[in-house]
Design a protein around this ligand. Sequence first.
Ligand code: HEM
Length: 147
Amino acid sequence: MEVIYPYANIIHLILAIIFLGYVFTDLVIISALKGKFGKENDKKIEQTLGAKSFKIFPIALLFIVLSGGMMMSKYINSTAGFFETDLQKILVVKITLASIIILGVLYNLFTKLTGRKKIAFMQNHFHKLVIVLGFFIVVCAKMMFVA
Ligand code: HEM
C-alpha cells in the first residue's frame, strides 16, 4: 500500500481538479450561453456538451472513488479502527459528502440510460450542490491532517 499510495493520491487530486473544475466551468462560464442563442440552439448546446461530459465525468468520478478507497484503507481498517481519531472522523464526513455526489451522478446516469425525465432539482440545481459539497470535501481533505 505504501508504494502505490503516492500514485493513488496524485490520480485522486488530478481527477478531483478536473471533476470540480468542469462543474465550476459549467456553472460560471457555460451557463452564460443559456438563453442567448434561442431555444433551439440552447438544446443543441446542451446535447453536445451533455454527450461529451457523459463520456468523461462518470469515469473520472469512478477513479476518484477507486483511488480514494485505496487511500482510505490506510486510515480506516480492522487495525486502525473506523471512527476513533479526528482524522478518521473527518475522512468519514468527507466520504459521506462525496457519496451524495456519487448518488446524484448515478441518478443522472440512470435517467439518461432509461430515457426518463430528471426531477427539477437535479435538472436545475445538482451542479450547484456538487460545487458546495466539493468545497467542503476539499476542506475536509486538508483538515484531516491538521486536526
Ligand atoms: C467527488 C469526490 C471527491 C473529491 C472531489 C475528492 C477530493 C480530494 C482532494 C482534493 C484531496 C486532497 C489531495 C491532496 O492534497 O493530496 C483528497 C484527499 C483524499 N481523499 Fe478524496 N475526494 C473525493 C472522494 C473521495 C472518496 C470517495 C474517498 C474514499 C473512499 C476519498 C479519500 C481521500 C483520502 C483518504 C484523501 C487523503 C489523501 C492524502 O492527502 O494523503 N476521497 N480528496
